[in-house]
Each structure stands twice: as C-alpha cells, then as structure tokens.
Design a protein around this ligand. Structure first.
Ligand SMILES: C[C@H](O)[C@@H](O)[C@@H](O)[C@H](O)C(=O)O
Ligand SMILES: [Mg+2]
Length: 409
C-alpha cells in the first residue's frame, strides 16, 4: 500500500576524490571526481521509510544540480505519494514542464539531471513501501504476459546478467596498472587522445585478453565525424565490437554517417550516456545511427523516461547495453536491464551491462557480481541508498575527507 505525504526533500553534494587515482579518466574528462547530487525524501507515514535518489556528476557543477533539485522540490514536497504514483505520467510532466524551469532545459542539462535524482528517490520510496525490488516492481507494472517470462526470471536468478568492464583501461592508468578482472570476457578501452598511444594500448590489451574476448572502444565524444571514421579504421585490426561516443552526442546525422562507414569493418556505434532525453534516442534509432543503445539511469528522467527508451529499442530491435559505473550507476541500472531482459527484450544476444569497480562500498545495497554477471538485487527499493557515514564524510566541502584534502591544497 502506498502511503504518506512527502514532508521533506533534502539534497546534498557528495563527492569522491577519484581523480587522485585516475579512476574514470577518458579523452575528454581527464580528472573526474565521481560525485552525486544525492536526494533523500521523507514522508509522514509511520513506517519511517525514506526514498533515496541520485544523479551522477564529475565534481564541479554538482552544486548547480543541487540548486536545480531545490528548485524542483516545490513539485514534490507536500504531495501524497499515492497522488504521485497513481498518475506518474502527470507527475513526470509536472516536473519537466514547470513553466519557468523548463526554460533552462527543457529535459536536458542540469535541470534534467535534477529531475532524474528526484524521481529516482520517488521510485526507491515507492518500491520500498511495496516491499519490492525495483525490477520486480516494474515487471508487475508491465503486465504483458510475455511467454517465457518466468523462465527468464529464473535464469537471471541462476546466472545473472552479463557484465563488461571498463575499469581495466581508464585513460589515465599507466600500462603496468591495467587491471584485468578474472572471469571477465568483455573489456572496454578508452581511446581518442593520441592515435599512437591508442594503437599501443589496444595492442597490449588485445594481447592480454587473446583473440576471442570482446573488446570495445570509447572515445567520449573526442572526434569530428571524418576524424572518427579515419581513427577507428586505424584501430580496426584490434577487432573492436563497438566504438562508443565517437563524436558529439547531439550529432545524430554524424553518428549515422559513422555507423554507415564502419559497417564494412564490422564495428558498431554505441552511444547514450550523454544522450539527454528520449527524443534524441528516438532520432538516433530512426536515423539508424547506432547499433548499441546505452541507457543511463541518472541522465534520463529516471525509470519513467528509461522505460520509453527500452520500448523504442525493442521496436527498432537494437540491443540495450547500459552505461554504468560512476557513482551508483551500476546499482540503479541493473534493475532496468534485468527488467528489460525479463519483460521487454527477452534476449541476451549482443547485450551486456557495463560494470565499473569503483565506489560500491559506499552503498547500503551494493551490486553483486558473480562470474562476470550482475546477480539480481534482493532488497526492496532501487539500491540507491548510500551508507550514512559515506554520505556525511564525502559531503562537499564540509565532510571530513574534503576538509583534509582542501587543507592540503
Ligand atoms: C568520465 C567518466 O568516467 C566516463 O569516462 C565514463 O562514464 C565512460 O564514458 C563509460 O563509458 O563508462
Ligand atoms: Mg562511455
């Protein structure tokens, strides 16, 4: 039973100093501090349950998203949860169509990241009140009676959802530090800053993993369209499955041109982590601009908008391979992709979910990876909750970790 009126929405700026270890670095973001605008909502219900939500940021600018969350909070505080979930579509539109706030979006940029953080908290609270794990809650919502659903659910519980890792080759890692994770057979390598360096690193990694394992490349938007085609052609000998974010995430026709040019080389285009809303995804799909679609649990407007993208991907028969990593992205997106398998796509062909081995220790219900697969989560909610101690210590700038770091600089 859904219950309670939302009485409080608190948001904090939590930053982890990952740039100190080069974690998360790529051709365009050499020194990210993985961070989150972290939202906690409370109700007046006697159960004491809270909803936790976040969106992922890279350090500076988290304060902007925090402001945007505060600007949205008047749409949330004092609402009955029942009122929200009984017309979730209306509530989503209320948040994204505020007649003044939409000017600084609409449905993109800081204000949309803020929408994701707020809605992620609402979904977490709702699932907790129902005592359900998010992906099972979603299955129930989409009562479509697909044949084989039960078997797929059992298969997930037994074998998990296949993962790939990016932690093996952040751009800022020295060669001798490239950690290969046992059992993993799919790896992603950052490229795009220097061609000779890319050739050397790709060769090294291909030699380490052997000819049969899957290798993906990620340029984080570094190139122009022509440059992307030329550069990737020179890396084709390493047999990458895809090139991710070859150019600006807004350049739909550019992605289409790159996709077309790379077909003879057997390399697909993947994108989505900075695709700011479902409309761009729709156009990418219509323009045949991508072969792998990468949803992001914290950039799109939470579960609501991700659902529409999963359904579009199904219609266009494009495999969804979510972006994860960052802070909490693995924790959240596992629900969406396991749900996708059980109730939407029904297939694991050409599908895998990114896994990045950082910061899970700060979450109360961290992801569990076994034999290179995501083990379906078991706890009620959306796995969004950070450990209180972590959220406090890493709060920027007053938390003790930042006080220490800032006093040294
Ligand atoms: C700055 C970040 O670490 C990105 O490099 C990262 O999200 C990346 O694009 C990825 O695909 O995991
Ligand atoms: Mg990427």
């Amino acid at each position: 039973m859904v219950r309670g009126r939302i009485t409080r929405l608190a948001v904090s700026d939590v930053r982890f100093p990952t740039s100190l270890g080069g974690h998360g670095s790529d051709a365009m973001h050499p020194d990210p501090d993985y961070s989150a605008a972290y939202v906690v909502i409370e109700t007046d219900a006697s159960d004491g349950l809270k909803g936790y939500g976040l969106t992922f940021t890279l350090g500076k600018g988290t304060e902007v998203v925090v402001c945007a969350v505060n600007a949205l909070s008047s749409h949330v505080v004092n609402k009955d949860l029942e009122e929200i979930v009984s017309n979730f579509r209306g509530f989503y539109r209320e948040l994204t169509s505020d007649g003044q706030l939409r000017w600084i979006g609409p449905e993109k940029g800081a204000v949309h990241l803020a929408t994701a953080a707020v809605l992620n908290a609402v979904w977490d609270l709702w699932a907790k009140q129902e005592g359900k794990v998010m992906y099972l809650e979603l299955n129930e919502i989409l009562q479509n009676g697909l044949i084989g659903k039960k078997e797929r659910e059992e298969q997930m519980l037994k074998h998990g959802y296949p993962a790939y890792t990016t932690s093996c080759a952040w751009l800022g890692y020295p060669d001798h530090d490239l950690p290969l994770i046992a059992n993993v057979s799919r790896f992603k390598v950052k490229v795009g800053a220097d061609l000779q360096d890319d050739i050397r690193r790709c060769r090294l990694i291909r030699e380490m993993i052997g000819p049969d394992k899957t290798l993906m490349l990620d340029a984080n938007q570094r190139w122009e369209v022509k440059e992307a085609i030329e550069w990737v052609t020179k890396l084709a000998e390493f047999k990458p499955l895809w090139i991710e974010e070859p150019t600006s995430p807004d350049d739909i026709l550019g992605h289409a041109a790159i996709s077309k040019a790379l077909v003879p080389l057997g390399i697909g285009v993947a994108t989505g982590e900075q695709c700011h809303n479902r409309v761009i995804f729709k156009q990418l799909l219509q323009a045949k601009a991508l072969s792998y679609l990468q949803i992001d649990s914290c950039r799109l407007g939470s579960v609501n908008e991700n659902l529409s993208v999963l359904l579009m991907a199904k219609k266009f028969q494009i495999p969804v391979c979510p972006h994860a990593g960052g802070v909490g992205l693995c924790e959240l997106v596992q629900h969406l992709i396991i749900f996708d398998y059980i109730s939407v796509s029904g297939s694991l062909e050409n599908r895998m979910c990114e896994y990045v081995d950082h910061l899970h220790e700060h979450f109360r219900y961290p992801v569990v990876i076994k034999k290179a697969s995501y083990v379906p989560p078991q706890d009620a909610g959306y796995s969004t909750e950070m450990k209180e101690d972590s959220a406090r210590k890493y709060q920027f700038p007053q938390g003790e970790i930042w006080q220490k770091l800032l006093s040294k600089s």
